[in-house]
Ligand binder design. Structure first.
Ligand code: ADP
Ligand code: MG
Length: 305
């Protein structure tokens, strides 16, 4: 079996943690041992988010007096190295040397005409006062919006992923038996220009990028792991109901009715739907802590064609 596993933020950092290296190592080791316990002979392709890490880098860059801030694509590349390295170390250890792991700097192709470039909505980096936001806006040309949680924050576009440029290399390495870590943070967004490929200041949703990768690789199974037990209808309400197994048609109906918010469960459901629709295979959304149970079908939500 060829399996694509999308890891959520809790694979690296848990709620209430500050993000010391020790905390990260301990989470990543846990994640890796759950993966090694669940899959032995399968082809494994792992993707991951980078929200807290890229947020940290952007904040640090703004504090480094006398140094220019680096661009988002460079911050993305840094986090692919950072988290790719940690996962590589932890996975090889978890597989006790039976398998090697490799992390790939991955680029995601986006369209310059994507509507999101006219309406950036994705908050990134630190919170600023109005005056600081104005200064940074004139220095770097960044767009700022008032965050509902207070203060001003930079917003960037979140365009649709069109292609994962390294998918052929990912496939080759997976076929060789390597555990491949790729498309970290949704991949580094690049677009085609008359001069060639150029990076863009944007964030591609990691679940949508992972879904596209799973489709391109013709994966047999696509698993999205997060910090809740699965997909719920009426989430957080008295009539909350967790879905065990659901058809793509039924789930799409709930999606249209607005059961899943854009910043969290929405893209996961959309990612699962796209995979199931185009491959006719099963997708799963479940808790990282229950990975073996999710795969066995005794936990999580399975989405069937
Ligand atoms: P990740 O880092 O794994 O991408 P997110 O925070 O983006 O995690 O998304 C997972 C969160 O989605 C859960 O912690 C939960 O609070 C939230 N959520 C929103 N709506 C739902 C829903 N209908 N069913 C389950 N979880 C939901
Ligand atoms: Mg998320």
């Amino acid at each position: 079996m060829r399996i694509v596993i999308a890891l959520g933020g809790n694979a690296i950092l848990r709620k209430g943690e500050k993000g010391s290296p020790e905390e990260q190592w301990s989470n990543v080791r846990r994640t890796a041992s759950l993966i090694a316990k669940t899959f032995q002979q399968d082809e494994i392709i792992i993707t991951h988010g980078n929200g807290p890490q890229v947020g940290y880098l952007l904040e640090v860059m703004n504090m480094a007096k006398g140094y220019p801030s680096q661009s988002m694509d460079l911050a993305d590349a840094m986090t692919q190295g950072w988290l790719g390295f940690m996962l590589q170390m932890a996975l090889e250890e978890a597989f006790q040397g039976r398998r090697r792991a490799v992390a790939i700097i991955t680029r995601t192709l986006v369209d310059a005409n994507d509507p999101s470039f006219k309406n950036p909505t994705k908050f990134v980096g630190a919170y600023f006062s109005e005056a600081e936001a104005k200064r940074l806006s004139s220095e770097y040309g960044w767009t700022f919006k008032q965050d509902p949680r207070g203060g001003y924050r930079r917003v960037v576009p979140s365009p649709e992923p069109l292609d994962i440029l390294e998918s052929d290399l990912i496939e080759e390495l997976a076929r060789e038996g390597m555990v491949v870590i790729s498309a970290g943070g949704g991949g580094i967004p690049v677009m085609r220009t008359p001069e060639g490929l150029r990076p863009v200041e944007a964030v591609v949703d990691k679940d949508l990028a992972s879904s596209l990768l799973a489709v391109k690789l013709k994966a047999d199974l696509f698993i999205i792991l997060t910090d809740v037990r699965g997909v719920a209808i009426g989430f957080g309400k008295p009539n909350e109901r967790w879905l065990d197994e659901v058809s793509a048609d039924e789930l799409e109906e709930y999606y249209r009715k607005g059961e899943f918010p854009p910043g969290s469960m929405g893209p996961k459901v959309l990612a699962a739907l796209r995979f199931v629709r185009s491959t006719k295979k099963i997708a799963m959304i479940g808790s990282l802590d229950e990975l073996p149970e999710v795969v066995r079908g005794s936990s999580g939500t399975r989405i069937r064609p």
